[in-house]
Design a protein around this ligand. Structure first.
Ligand SMILES: CC[C@@H](C(=O)O)C(=O)SCCNC(=O)CCNC(=O)[C@H](O)C(C)(C)COP(=O)(O)OP(=O)(O)OC[C@H]1O[C@@H](n2cnc3c(N)ncnc32)[C@H](O)[C@@H]1OP(=O)(O)O
Length: 274
């Protein structure tokens, strides 16, 4: 196991090519503290070569998947740490939201698939954190997202409003504003209907099994094709994306690896038929 962050309530480590971002603060129901945001700021800061400490860590340790999870039973996160925000001065809290936002930005913009494991509800900024990853998998059916920010008189500040429209085109910017203004919740069944929850599991064991299978499939894929495919999301223009897809298909079609894999397919089939 290789660790990047090793706090009592917030850790980031890589095990078997999977990076686990883990929140473990039962006493605050996994509220995101000022200290956690300071760590996020440090690891999200991009140096001269435009790569953050977090991305460097992922790259150097050949990470295939990023998992964001909670070890606190029954909840993903209660969002911003309200005690810290109540007691902290404006100066102390000035980088709080932008640091968490920068970390969320890396989760969905980096070239490694990311998934949040939800085994309970998320509130306010916790819901935004859950929206930062590419996928959301639910363990059980209690993974509701509660947009409670307006209870405290603020809009969502960690990129969650844009992410909602991005992940779910039927949630127009106007609909998202209405959700936030009215402190609405998106309950499990709605999240399924909106495709905001991608998979559901009865228990953690079956979820971990699926994660490991996913990891294995990624490892089995040819690394150069995988690399090229995982750059697609950086292209926003539809025409340029079409051109890119044609280019990478032509690059690999009937090359040695492609031919070998076809040979292996037939060899395996013939062996099974014997
Ligand atoms: C700036 C951030 C902002 C954003 O940008 O979006 C936000 O995130 S605003 C915060 C949004 N969060 C919420 O609206 C959730 C607030 N909390 C609750 O509604 C409830 O605590 C809960 C999460 C539904 C859990 O309820 P329950 O299981 O009944 O536990 P308790 O209420 O008794 O809480 C236990 C313990 O945890 C502390 N706690 C809970 N949430 C937070 C929080 N967000 N920040 C700090 N501490 C939190 C709570 O005070 C209790 O502590 P003790 O009283 O010391 O036991």
């Amino acid at each position: 196991m290789i660790k990047l962050v090793d706090g009592e309530d917030f850790t980031i480590h890589i095990l078997n090519n999977i990076c686990f971002v883990t929140f473990s603060s039962p006493s605050t129901r996994n509220a995101i503290s000022l200290r956690m945001s300071a760590v996020m700021q440090e690891i999200s800061w991009k140096s001269e070569n435009n790569i953050s400490i977090f991305e460097k860590f992922l790259k150097e340790n050949n990470c295939f998947l990023i998992i964001v999870q909670s070890t606190v039973r029954g909840i993903f996160s209660s969002g911003g740490n309200l005690s810290d925000l109540k007691n902290g001065s404006k100066e102390l809290c000035q980088n709080y939201a932008s640091s968490i936002k920068a970390f969320c930005e890396i989760l969905h913009s980096c070239s490694i698939p990311s998934v949040t494991l939800l085994a309970g509800p998320a509130y306010g900024g916790g819901a935004e954190l859950a929206l930062a990853t590419d996928f959301r998998w639910s363990i059980g059916k209690k993974s509701d997202l509660h947009f409670t920010q307006m209870r405290f008189g603020i809009p969502a500040g960690w990129g969650g409003m844009q992410r909602l429209s991005e992940l779910c085109p039927q949630l127009s910017p106007k609909k998202v504003s209405a959700i936030i203004v009215a402190k609405m919740s998106l309950l499990y069944d709605q999240l399924i209907r909106l495709n905001l929850i991608d998979r559901s599991f009865l228990n953690i064991k079956s979820c971990i099994k699926a994660l490991n299978e996913w990891r294995d499939e990624i490892e089995l894929s040819p690394s150069d094709v995988r690399y090229d495919l995982m750059q697609r999301h950086k292209i926003n223009d539809a025409y340029q994306l079409q051109e890119y897809d044609i280019k990478i298909f032509d690059k690999y079609f009937l090359n040695l690896e492609h031919k070998n894999r076809i040979d292996n397919f037939f060899a395996k089939r013939n062996k099974n038929a014997e």
